[in-house]
Design a protein around this ligand. Sequence first.
Ligand SMILES: *[C@@H]1O[C@H](CO)[C@@H](O)[C@H](O)[C@H]1NC(C)=O
Ligand SMILES: *[C@@H]1O[C@H](CO)[C@@H](O)[C@H](O)[C@H]1NC(C)=O
Ligand SMILES: *[C@@H]1O[C@H](CO)[C@@H](O)[C@H](O)[C@H]1NC(C)=O
Ligand SMILES: CC(=O)N[C@H]1CO[C@H](CO)[C@@H](O)[C@@H]1O
Ligand SMILES: [Zn+2]
Length: 419
Amino acid sequence: MQRLVVFSLCLVACMAMESFDGYKVLRMEVTSEEHIEIISELDFDHELDFWDFPRDLMVPPHLLEFVQFYLKSNEINHVVWIEDVQAKIDAAVSEEPHIDVDGFDYYVYHNYSEIMVWVDSIVEAYPTLASTFSVGLSHEGRDLKCLKIGIDTGKTKRAIWFNGAIHAREWVSPATVMWMTNALLSNHTTGTDEDVTFLLESFDMYILPVMNPDGYEYSWTTNRMWRKTRTHHPGDLCYGTDPNRNFDYMWGGLGASNVSCASTYRGPHALSEVEVKNVVEFIRQQSQSQTFRLFIDYHSYSQMMLSTWGHTYDLPPDYDLMEEHMKIHTEAIHDAFGANYTYGPGSRILYPVSGGSRDWGYGDRGIPYSYTIELRDTGEHGFLLPEDQIYETAFENYRGLIAGLLHIEATPVRAQRHV
Ligand SMILES: *[C@@H]1O[C@H](CO)[C@@H](O)[C@H](O)[C@H]1NC(C)=O
Ligand SMILES: *[C@@H]1O[C@H](CO)[C@@H](O)[C@H](O)[C@H]1NC(C)=O
Ligand SMILES: *[C@@H]1O[C@H](CO)[C@@H](O)[C@H](O)[C@H]1NC(C)=O
Ligand SMILES: CC(=O)N[C@H]1CO[C@H](CO)[C@@H](O)[C@@H]1O
Ligand SMILES: [Zn+2]
């Protein structure tokens, strides 16, 4: 009887989850602008899913023959990079229970409700250093719950912001954000890390572990490869807007689609996604009383630190500052375990993006150090990074964050430009 219950529970859960049996990820050899154009046209009806445009493309079994023929006839070389996406999905997550008996298990992936429990547990563990606040609710009513951490010095401090999971399927992003938050607090509290103490005295750190909770939950319950929000705007064919194309700075330009079914859909208008609107309003409000120095939106994958601009190939006026900082930040990442993170302006080293968070941080708010960081890996597992890589991913990025912040704190504030 009990076995039957377990079996039927699984049946419900397993059937609710979309299957990626037989889906493959192809890695294409992209060597020219012409290739990029040809590859873009391949996805004319948005049935394909670029894991990493224009190089990595997920293809369902029924389109494989067509895609491979198309690539061959256009003389674009490719290899089958991931043989079976479903097999990778199954392999990436452990069967272990998610909450450790001795506390939070940082080395497995956690769903939205577990992460909310974690937020509260941090405040319980560090009541004088951490507090929670909410920037509002998501479209489906989930709390956009944040942490503020820092040492109260009685003075107005400078501020930094970082967030995870603006894209739902990038699970190592909230895992890294949580680990780094805990490391900052615990390394200060044990009293052995003067740098961390100095940084917690210098900055108020505002942290939102899951910026797109509806999409994140959906990636746990229904479709592991979901990326966007879960809105359905009047007149649109498909669900979901790309929140990282929805910010109200240079919205609607290069690298953002006006088609609702596209994975980079910009939404019907800027800030149509309430999650983006809430974050924008919070930082606007807060930056009236505090100067924000650093903004990082953590994504995966491809191991990159991307600065402005996204919406144009031009370099921003403060690029010299950014370049110096990115070099230090990525060298510290490298020093941890030897991982290489490339860096530079997103439009030049990756592809153009309009309405993205980092352009907003710099362009709208004048935050000089405003980035997207793409975490591990470089494509072997892509979004399905095995849990045994959470530790190294989080640790190396923590070292990068610390080294970068020490540099920022030592660098004079340049008069804010109107860009
Ligand atoms: C999230 O995790 C909790 C605790 O492990 C579990 O009770 C809950 O059912 C999970 N929710 C989803 C949507 O998987
Ligand atoms: C969407 O973009 C395409 C290509 O850039 C353009 O031709 C089309 O008019 C746009 N549609 C709308 C509704 O803006
Ligand atoms: C990082 O780059 C260096 C220099 O190109 C290379 O020797 C090294 O193997 C790379 N490290 C990893 C982990 O790929
Ligand atoms: C120097 C350093 O990073 N120390 C520790 C900070 O906290 C994390 C998590 O508790 C530890 O793993 C680090 O060793
Ligand atoms: Zn992303």
